[in-house]
Design a protein. Sequence first.
Length: 605
Amino acid sequence: MKKLLFFCLFSLTYAVNSFGQFITVDNTFTTVADVQTLIEDVLIGGGGTCVEIDNVMKFTGIDDGDTDNGIGSFDATGTNFPFANGVVLTSGNINLVPGPASIISSGGGWDGDADLEAFTDAVNSRDASFIQFDFQPFVDELNFNFIMASEEYDQNFECNFSDAFAFILTDLITNTSTNLAVLPGTNIPIEVTNIHPEVPGPGGCAAENEQFFDKYNFLPFNNPNTSETAFDGQTIPLTATAPVIAGNPYRIKLVAADESDTQFNVAVFLEGGSFNIGVDLGNDLTIAGNNAACDGSIITLDATDNSTPATIFEWQFFNQGTGMFESFVPAETGGTLDVTVNGEYRVLVDNGTGCLGEDSIIVEFASFTATQPMDISLCDQLGDGTETFDLDSTLAEIIGIQDPASVVVTFHLTQADADGDIGALTMTNAYDSGNDQIFVRLESVFDNMCFATTDFQIILDDTTLANDPGTFFVCDDALDGDDTNGSTTFDLSTLNNAILGAQNPADFTVTYHPTPGDAIANTNALSLMHISTGQTVTARVENNVNTACFDTVPFDIEVVVLPVIINTPVLLTQCDDDTDGFSLFNLTQAEPLLSADFINETFTY
């Protein structure tokens, strides 16, 4: 969200620092009138005539007989400092604030601040610098951004010593005061001693709230010559916030000081324009921020908080072609605006004073898509009509390139259940499925009405069976030049029908392998015209649709030895008892003469 609060044209002259990587400061805000300009034009960001600011007070060294001024503005243009510009309060001389990093010890020795000591752990404070003013907010929450930087960050003093600062908000109706400079979610004052990394070695200390610490600006951590400021360490940007009542009077006091001595200064950098007491359209709605609107929905932008009957609204959109905000045609002048397309939108609000408050917001519409996964084929291993399947294994395919953290996926058995977000399947990582159609619902984690659906089929294939064909006998032959060497060619394809049994040969593929392991892995398939001296072969029957559905069976192939004729020719002699030239011969009498293994052999004549 880009926030440009109530504004009027103004100009400020910043001192120029010859080192481009360092922030620059302006120390010319020396009177109460100067500080009022600083508050209105820099801290609030937009002209004193547009915001009710009064009773401005200030205090720093030059107000207590010292030459040091600890109040001014900073400009970080061209640097890596987190804030582009703003207000800086320091317990020393503001001219010493720009980098490079070095020990800042101005040693002014002016008075401390009793209010600061009342709201922090500081005692006997010295060298206080503060600005104070009364105001009336136009919204129900006050917030502004800040960074604490300190010389106490030296891998030593952060364990025991801490200069102090506070942002004291006082309700002028109830006369109650609160320190806004506290650890997020607590009432604990922010101090160097409770935001730092681990300090090792003797006298060291464990890390405390390290997530709020940004960096040290000295070696070996970082090059001090490239530090944007002269301080040895700093926090990340933090936000001070508090609920307020729109239209009620409040006082804010922003104060920083040394504790007990005048050494090792502290500074607070307040981001320019972040003191929010004006129009607020809320946070940007972006895909990157995981809070985008749902494609096809309507987002209503509302600028009516604290408006009056005299309030005038003008809505604009950012034209990418011209690089400028442009008014709608016809003009949109209501307190709300319905948005249906991506873009950056701005509202200008005149509460009747003639000065405009404004805020802008980026709105993106996310299109959530459920990609249809491929149908799943499972083998019914037990033949019982069900198989277990991990539905979650399809998530990556369903979600695609979308951020998994931004969506929720559920599985259903009907389209109506998926549309209504009811009857979601459980145990999705081990779902017992038959031939089921699965319906998928993918919805945004930010809006459960922003969803898409798809479906896929789980196909349960019948059990695949490899039948035992029995021993495959083949006679030795002379195709290899020797019909007595015990080696021959087996045509394994002749066993396919016996192995498949009643299964349709068009639906299955039969392969043969030298070992059961090869058959299971479907590797080292044998040639169907397989030359062997005899061995155990394993057949694999595989479903052509679902290759994971297969069965194997081992069987033997044997080479049968050819009969050996030991005498040839063999002579049978028989008497011609009736001298007619014919006699009755028993041909089987030749068998033991022809073969030594005649008992195991069959003879035909």
